[in-house]
Design a protein around this ligand. Structure first.
Ligand code: RBF
Length: 163
């Protein structure tokens, strides 16, 4: 991590929900996310991974995880590719809103790690290709938000101190 004051994930318990659609891409996102969590100090046994059929099911899968186990954050990983029909906008909007609403309702950080691209190639480029791996960024966001929540739970410093 470039940011030396990045909080680190020691002692955190993180859930990851992964969509099976476009699995080549979502597996690469998962690998990037898990590697980053471990690099940042999250114990492998504290990373819970669950699979759902498609991205549309991600918020529900995340809700099930939050309500069935104690988690510091949940990462939703998926890949929605623009097709010839309007499914793309319905699915992408539903997942984005679902993740946001779940995070606001439960106050468990819910991280949106869903690629929404025009082509499969654009998605691959962002899942371990020339544009990096968005799973890595999702994991970093999860740790940062979990640390933010711990600080506020303790009534501690201002959130701005977490940069
Ligand atoms: N799920 C994805 O994660 N990515 C997609 O690109 C995707 N495309 C879909 C296209 C159509 C026409 C349909 C009906 C579903 C698609 N899904 C996709 C699956 C969706 O997220 C969900 O799993 C199913 O609609 C079942 O609720």
């Amino acid at each position: 991590m470039e940011d030396q004051s990045f909080p680190g994930g020691h002692g955190m318990r993180i859930g990851i929900v992964v969509a099976n659609w476009n699995r080549e891409v979502t597996d690469a996102l998962l690998e990037g996310a898990v590697n980053t969590l471990v690099e940042q100090g999250v114990a492998e046994e504290d990373i819970a991974v669950q699979r759902v059929p498609g991205s549309y099911e991600l918020p529900q899968g995340a809700a099930m995880m939050i309500h069935s186990t104690t988690l510091d954050a949940v990462i939703c990983l998926g890949c929605v590719i623009q097709g010839e029909t309007r499914h793309f906008e319905f699915i992408a909007q539903a997942v984005a809103h679902g993740c946001m609403n779940l995070g606001l309702e439960t106050l468990t950080p819910v991280i949106f790690g869903v690629l929404t691209t025009d082509t499969f190639e654009q998605a691959r480029d962002r899942a371990g290709g020339k544009h990096g791996n968005k799973g890595v960024e999702a994991a970093a966001a999860a740790i940062q938000m979990a640390a933010f929540q711990h600080l506020t739970d303790l009534g501690g410093d201002e959130p701005g101190d977490l940069q």
